[in-house]
Design a protein around this ligand. Structure first.
Ligand code: ANZ
Length: 989
């Protein structure tokens, strides 16, 4: 029977849509299971075959869980705010909403073609006002909360105000920007503005001055990874470190919980390690140093207080506010120059540039409280302002960076730890080292010395033990258009949140998506973006008078805002009253399985854990961690195609020069390379071309032999993979119509059959490498079921693997064979007979394997098991209903369309999706016959089939009557018979 994948898939996709087969209900007695994919950013390029890899895996899992009787939530949506649509808008004037809409339509169409069992009725888009209304609502909750260290959770800001009212800042343990001290009276008599200022110090969403990468050329703040060598990656504009008022999220309040929570998550270890490293917990001490002839004091954070006897100088971050007061007149110029010079470097550059130490001397000295030695105070950019206190006590004998600095500036190096002389902090081994050079600590080991010295520091009242985290608060504002407006307005410069009733604060229309002439973000161009406080509505920007109508926040939220809580919205996506009904978030709870890329390790996955914990603190949901189990799918790599170029190997002539002279390229068909010799090339080369080459390169003085020595290598001139046949032959009809490759054919030396074979190389799949394979084409030619099976078949889910279109035909062949098991020629032929033991054995071997594979996310090995089983059934001409029905269910999570079709052909009129997954029965795998190898004097002569449940005595009895045994014995008497039941028969005579 012809396997008409196109018709079958179209029919079933229509059926699923019309019948809402995958619509999830919330009212059921079934246990729940939540399978989530990281939702895509709908880019203009559409999906390539690499994108659905994780979606196929999660879809198989979701379908399997439905067969197992779970109520499965398997939704999809779009992370649809973001930069590419905005950049496109800047270039073309096209509204980002329009581009986004078009891209989403394309994504949806592509995904529907692959037959995912998403509940499309729950689809959400972060750029829809009905969604971002709740993102803004969460922002306001964060703005209205503070973190109480005593209860270890976020609490409403009203409770903090109550505390201030009752006892001022006394007895308050909170996460805050600055340590504030005031009484209840002071609070009560403070002006409204002062009170708000105080509260801002505690809010979880707060505004503060932060050092950012400011790019005036682009008019925006850039993230660290958007800056390369002091310039913007896009446009190469200079980037400066600048202090700006920015919205931040107090994620640091959650550092310890984020760290602890990792222990109970079923996530890949490298991902947990990445989060742990990012959070970066360090235990140490804050120590305060007196400054000679000054009232100033310098606090440093150190993880190695045990080395304080070797602290010989102090280094401040160039931005440290102390620098100004501590710099003497004579050093001012040097210090200021240095500050100017380092302001161009990003923090990342500063941290990675460990070789080139630089700095400047302030001219003042601190005193080491333990040695009473003078410590010169320097500034250097290896000390960061945002970490610890922005100052270090430098111990050049035991810290590598301090050591380099001391060498450069000729400073004292005092060794205080034995066996720590390689000064590698990382290689510091607490077990072997002991303190030396100070009577106080001599002979002590690391841990003992550390506790002792911290106790001493505390006793001297010059510091205390402390824990520090590398993680910083997350900057939350972006000077961009295509993001969620921040629901804040300003009164006397102070931020106030909009009332909830005013949400959503819709993204206003603007004429230009660029910053305004005054340097305001693009929202500064909006004509209607003022807040009328009395009438509680958005009004014309012209009406802003700072009395009745106030300006709204002009920056928008970052990309991670919408993605930090979308998994909660899927539970109740259409609710207009709340972000999600509490009963529903209780029912669905954690995401049981989350599949997505490892690139989100420290961004999205940290932020969403933070928001989830916050929502729990405030009582909106009941679970602390959002994602119970997580899997990172690997990448599907592309097979790029490029021509092989012949490069003249002439002494004195380098390849660069060859191109500089604009010599014509000579490409050689790949299959010629092993055979090609200079003679051949010579005969193939157009003689004019040779002369031209010589001319161009001024090579007349070279002998022919020298000229025709060639090296061969692929040239980075990517040829679109769709221009190639399966045997990698380039179709010049296609290249000739591509402007980049217009002249390619003229420079090609083809093989004897007149073909030109390209070189293939594994690279990242990307539009820029012209190696992208579109899943639509595969669905068209081989079908979605084939694509799904093939993507799984490529290899273990977590690994990266190259795409190879050729492999599809094998899987397609399997599907045809599978389909035809149910047919005799063109007639569906199903027998109601009881299957044989052998048939049951094949089926149950398969069930066992597939169940174990799905549990281990080892989808690739299931596909080969399907192939083996179908081959075996085919050999047996199996057509028994009991086998074929189970087989269809077992294959259906992987290849749902074909299985639905077969299921219906078997006489069912409901979807196969909710059929119970066949249960594995071990009894079918028990061997009832054993093939015993029979050996004589140690040599195996033949095999004897015996029932598997015989005892040694019974086996011996039968064996000694066996004709072939008697023959071998040839009348001799056996001296010894060794029998191991189920294994061997060994006869010695
Ligand atoms: C003295 C010392 C001696 C240090 C020694 C290290 C080794 P982690 O583990 O990452 O927390 N440090 C403190 N604040 C800094 C800043 N703002 N910028 C750059 N470096 C800073 O690192 C903590 C250590 O890094 C601290 O301990 C301090 O140097 C330095 F043998 O103090 B140490």
């Amino acid at each position: 029977m012809f396997y008409d994948h196109k018709k079958i898939e179209k029919d079933w996709q229509k059926f699923w849509e019309e019948n809402q087969t995958y619509k999830t209900t919330d009212k059921t007695d079934k246990p729940k299971f939540y399978v989530l994919d990281m939702f895509p950013y709908p880019s203009g390029a559409g999906l390539h075959v690499g994108h659905p890899l994780g979606y196929i895996a999660s879809d198989i899992y979701a379908r399997y869980k439905r067969h197992e009787g779970f109520n499965v939530l398997h939704p999809i949506g779009y992370d649809s705010f973001g930069l590419p649509a905005e950049q496109y808008a800047i270039q073309t004037g096209q509204h980002p909403a329009v581009t986004t809409e078009e891209n989403i339509a394309r994504y949806e169409q592509q995904m529907r073609k692959i037959g995912f069992s998403f509940d499309w009725s729950r689809e959400l888009r972060t750029s829809d006002a009905s969604y971002y209304k709740w993102t803004q609502w969460i922002f306001i909750q964060l703005f209205d909360s503070w973190y109480n260290k005593s209860t270890d959770k976020a609490e409403p800001i009203s409770e903090l105000m109550q505390h201030f009212e009752n006892e001022g800042s006394q007895n308050l343990l909170a996460f805050q920007n600055d340590q504030l001290n005031f009484t209840s009276e002071e609070w009560k008599s403070a002006s409204e503005l002062d009170q708000q200022n105080i509260l801002l110090n505690y809010r979880l969403a707060y505004r503060a001055e932060t050092t950012v990468n400011w790019c005036p050329g682009l008019g925006t703040v850039l993230a660290n990874d958007e800056v390369k060598d002091g310039k913007s990656e896009r446009g190469s504009f200079p980037v400066f470190q600048k202090k700006m008022m920015q919205w931040s999220m107090r994620i640091t309040a959650y550092s310890e919980r984020l760290l602890k929570g990792l222990q109970n998550l079923d996530w890949p270890q490298p991902l947990k390690d990445a989060q742990e490293y990012w959070i970066g917990k360090s235990q140490g001490a804050i120590v305060t140093f007196d400054v000679e002839d000054s009232v100033e004091k310098i606090s440093v954070f150190t993880t190695r207080p045990d080395t304080i006897f070797g602290a010989t100088f102090i280094v401040l971050a160039p931005e440290n506010p102390l620098v100004e007061n501590l710099t003497i007149e004579g050093q001012k110029e040097e210090v200021e120059n240095y500050i100017e010079q380092t302001s161009k470097k990003t923090e990342r550059d500063r941290m990675s540039d460990v070789k080139n130490v630089s700095g400047a001397f302030t001219g003042t000295y601190a005193l080491n409280p333990f040695t009473n030695q003078e410590m010169p105070i320097y500034i250097s950019d290896y000390v960061l302002m945002g970490y610890g206190t922005g100052a270090v006590m430098a111990v050049p004998a035991h810290d590598e960076r301090d050591h380099r600095f001391a060498k450069k500036f000729d400073l004292n190096i005092v060794n205080v730890i034995e066996n720590d002389n390689d000064i590698q902090q990382e290689s510091f081994d607490s077990k072997d080292s002991v303190c030396v050079n100070s009577e106080f600590l001599n002979g002590l080991k690391y841990d003992e010395a550390k506790s002792l010295i911290i106790a001493e520091i505390e006793k001297k009242n010059i510091g205390h033990g402390t824990t520090n985290y590398r993680q910083r608060d997350a900057i939350f504002s972006r000077q961009r258009y295509w993001g969620e407006p921040v629901p804040i307005y300003y009164k006397d410069g102070m931020p106030y949140s909009l009332p909830i009733s005013a949400l959503p604060l819709e993204l206003p229309e603007v004429e230009k998506y660029l910053p305004t002439e005054d340097g305001d973000p693009p929202l500064g161009n909006a004509k209607t973006f003022g807040w009328d406080e009395a009438n509680q509505k958005i009004v014309s920007t012209d009406l802003i008078d700072d009395e009745n109508v106030f300006p709204l926040e002009l920056s928008t939220m970052p990309g991670w805002a919408g993605s930090s809580w979308y998994f909660l919205r899927y539970m109740d996506p259409n609710n207009k009253e709340v972000f999600t009904d509490k009963n529903l978030s209780d029912y669905w709870g954690q995401v049981d399985l989350y599949i997505g890329g490892s690139e989100h390790a420290t961004g999205h996955l940290l932020y969403s854990r933070f928001w989830n914990m916050f929502m729990k603190d405030r009582g909106y949901i009941n679970h602390e961690e959002p994602f119970k189990k997580l899997i990172n799918q690997g990448m599907i790599l592309g097979m790029s195609a490029m021509p092989i170029i012949a490069i003249p190997k002439i002494h004195n002539l380098d390849v660069e020069k060859f191109y500089e002279f604009n010599a014509k390229n000579i490409f050689v068909s790949k299959d010629l390379i092993p055979k090609v010799d200079h003679e051949y090339l010579l005969s193939e080369l157009d003689i004019n071309l040779v002369d031209e080459l010589k001319d161009l390169m001024g090579l007349n003085n070279f002998s022919e032999n020298e000229l025709y020595a060639f090296a061969f290598q692929p040239l980075e001139l990517h040829i679109p993979v769709e221009f190639l046949s399966l045997s990698n032959e380039i179709d010049f009809n296609k290249t000739n119509s591509d402007y980049r490759l217009f002249n390619l054919e003229k420079s090609c030396i083809k093989n004897l059959e007149g073909k030109f074979i390209a070189h293939r190389e594994v690279e990242k799949m990307s539009k820029s490498k012209y190696n992208v394979v579109n899943p639509d084409d595969i669905c068209e030619e081989y079908g979605a079921d084939c694509l799904r099976l093939y993507e799984m078949f490529l290899g273990p889910l977590e690994q990266s693997k190259p795409w190879n279109t050729q492999g599809l035909s094998g899987v397609y062949g399997f599907l045809k064979k599978f389909y035809n098991l149910y047919y005799n020629e063109d007639v569906l032929e199903i027998s109601e007979e009881e299957p044989t033991k052998e048939e049951y054995k094949i089926l149950h071997t398969l069930i066992k394997k597939v169940v174990a594979d799905i549990a281990n996310f080892s989808f690739n090995t299931s596909v080969s098991s399907f192939m083996i089983a179908v081959n075996e059934f085919q050999k047996l001409k199996t057509n028994k209903r009991k086998i074929l029905e189970s087989l269809a269910i077992v294959v259906s999570p992987y290849a749902p369309h074909i299985c639905e079709e077969l299921w219906r052909n078997l006489g069912h009129n409901t979807s196969i999706e909710f059929e119970k997954f066949p249960e594995f029965e071990g009894k079918y795998l028990v061997e009832d016959e054993i093939q015993y190898p029979v050996s004589f004097n140690g040599k195996m002569k033949f095999k004897l089939a015996l029932p598997s449940d015989l005892t040694a005595v019974e086996i011996e009895e039968i064996a000694l009557k066996e004709e072939r045994v008697l023959q071998q014995l040839a009348g001799n008497h056996p001296k010894k018979i060794i029998i191991v039941p189920k294994k061997i028969i060994n006869i010695v005579f």
